[in-house]
Design a binder for this molecule. Structure first.
Ligand code: SF4
Length: 363
């Protein structure tokens, strides 16, 4: 069992908060698709287990002409995929595309909707409106794709507690299998960060953000969703299998500029350089992690999940270190032992997980 990730770094335009490896152009799309197929040929022996999950992410892969996407998929090992996801933006969803995606084998959609408030969407320069979201969801459901995940963002410029709760409620009313919700981040280098530095936008205060997160936890729980990772919620049995594999150490092969890979022992990454990638499709670099970095990675990923971390996954020295480091957090209830006997951050403390993890990792 393994995952296959394909990165398409092109978008219609750049949202002002985005620090993903993406660019507002499609000029070299054909060359990129050729390079992706070539990269797979060069690296096909790295992971021999069948790819049971496939995820086409970006960027905005829904801008790719489905006929071209189909040609790429034919060149890749997709036949074992039980979960096959594509990231889409609402404005790209059409009945023709839905049919074409299904014909390729895509059976799960991850759609970035972010908000149901048009002013909030405009403030972060999303291209779609709330009406586009509703139309896209209706078309997907009518088109036979029911396994849908939608992303929301809280802490948007101009967003009130009431409008956040309204977006949440409107999304929950669809009773989709999966929801992801993220706190808006002001990353250096983004246009949003520049606007903040110039005093044109003020970040939401921490107290309000914590209330928004708590609203999110409560509303999703009341609607029957399982909160299985800090930012991810699913109806029973509908966790994202592909994303879960990143948190559980399942091997995955990442193709495309900026993509990461893990073969079960070694982590690799492709630098985010489109020209070099297209010219060679073989720019993978081994990520030379130290033992401490490996331990920190395990801690950070496992404690982001409700399944948590088992001491038996650690060497005796690391287990002893962690046992001592978590004592104050166990005493104040921020770290607990879950129902399967593993260590996790309590849901109430997940909002503060960055601060907790900073204390636990080996500096
Ligand atoms: S659509 Fe997604 S990847 Fe593209 S710029 Fe916006 S946030 Fe970034």
């Amino acid at each position: 069992m393994a995952g296959l990730y394909i990165h398409i770094p092109f978008c219609h335009s750049k949202c002002i908060y985005c620090d993903f490896y993406s660019m507002p152009q499609t000029a070299r799309l054909d060359a990129l698709l050729d390079a992706l197929a070539r990269e797979y040929e060069l690296r096909r022996d790295e992971i021999t287990a069948p790819f049971t999950t496939v995820y086409i992410g970006g960027g905005t892969p829904s801008i790719v002409d489905p006929a071209k996407l189909a040609r790429l998929c034919k060149a890749l090992p997709m036949s074992d995929a039980e979960e096959f996801t594509i990231e889409v933006n609402p404005e790209d969803v059409t009945a023709e595309r839905i049919k074409a995606w299904r014909d390729i084998g895509i059976n799960r959609i991850s759609m970035g909707i972010q908000s149901f408030d048009d002013n909030e969407l405009h403030a972060i320069r999303r291209r779609h409106s709330a009406a586009d979201v509703m139309k896209a969801l209706d078309m997907l459901l009518e088109g036979g794709i029911n396994n849908i995940s939608c992303d929301l963002i809280y802490g948007l410029p101009g967003q009130s507690l009431m409008s956040w709760q309204d977006s949440l409620k409107r999304l929950l009313d669809y009773r989709l299998p999966h929801i992801s919700a993220y706190c808006l981040s002001y990353e250096p280098g983004t246009a949003l960060h520049v606007r903040m530095s110039a005093g044109k936008v003020t970040p939401t205060d921490d107290e309000t953000l914590e209330i928004m997160y708590s609203n999110l936890c409560r509303a999703t729980a009341d609607a029957g969703y399982e909160h299985y990772e800090i930012s991810n919620f699913s109806l029973p049995g509908m966790r994202s299998r592909h994303n879960s594999s990143y948190w559980t150490g399942t091997p995955y092969l990442g193709l495309g500029p900026g993509a990461h890979s893990y073969d079960g022992k070694t982590r690799r990454f492709n630098p985010g350089k489109l020209k070099e990638y297209i010219d060679s499709a073989s720019i993978t670099v081994v990520d030379e992690e130290t033992e401490d970095e490996r331990f920190n990675d395990l801690l950070i990923t496992a404690l982001r999940t409700a399944d948590g971390l088992d001491f038996s996954e650690l060497t005796p020295e690391r287990a002893e270190y962690l046992n001592n480091a978590v004592k104050p957090f166990i005493a104040n209830g921020q770290i607990i032992t879950n129902e399967i006997g593993r260590l996790r951050i309590s849901e109430a403390a997940w909002f503060r997980s960055d601060a907790i993890l900073r204390e636990l990792i080996i500096a």
